[in-house]
Design a protein. Sequence first.
Length: 223
Amino acid sequence: MNLIEYPDREILAMKVANRLAGELKKCLMTHEFASFAVPGGTTPGPIFDMLSGTALEWERVHVMLTDERWVSERDERSNGALVRDRLMTGHAAAARFIPFFQPGMDAETGAAALAPTLDPELPLSLLVLGMGEDMHTASLFPGAEGVEAAMAGNAPNLCPVHVEGQEIARVTLPAHVLRGAMSTHVVIFGDAKRAALERAEGLPPEEAPIAAVLNSAEVHWAA
């Protein structure tokens, strides 16, 4: 793990956006397309805002989520809606988006149908992740229903997960897909998440799912 500290969140967003743009451009020099997996939530929003204004061959970039709540993009809880609003604007509007939610299907059926269609996108060219204070990443929540299957090395490319106390099912890229990314960036803010990250380094991925990717990750932190 390579931990990079920034003086504030604005500088982090600017530096990380520049780093991601550079890696996308480099990938497109030698590959037909770049597969780019990103999280939802509030943390990456400013990074997306800056990245979306970067001029590059976005029509050759395939954007997908690391995980999604099983709701329509018309729902404010949809990660897809956030990515469309914050990342896929400006220059980045030309990118291809791969949605996970499928109308008329439940999370189990939809994940099973979509999983094989992700094969051409793997390994991921570029991966951005967040992390919770419970050390979850994507929708790999410790102890959640379905997370054990999603941590397995032979898991399908998209897995359903049910988190206790949450009525909305989720789907997530499994640990082996995250771990196999060509380049991984984890973005976290605040002292509590910094402490959680340090705890995760000494725990197995079953207890701290973020640990599954830390060996090859660059972690970007600001208070």
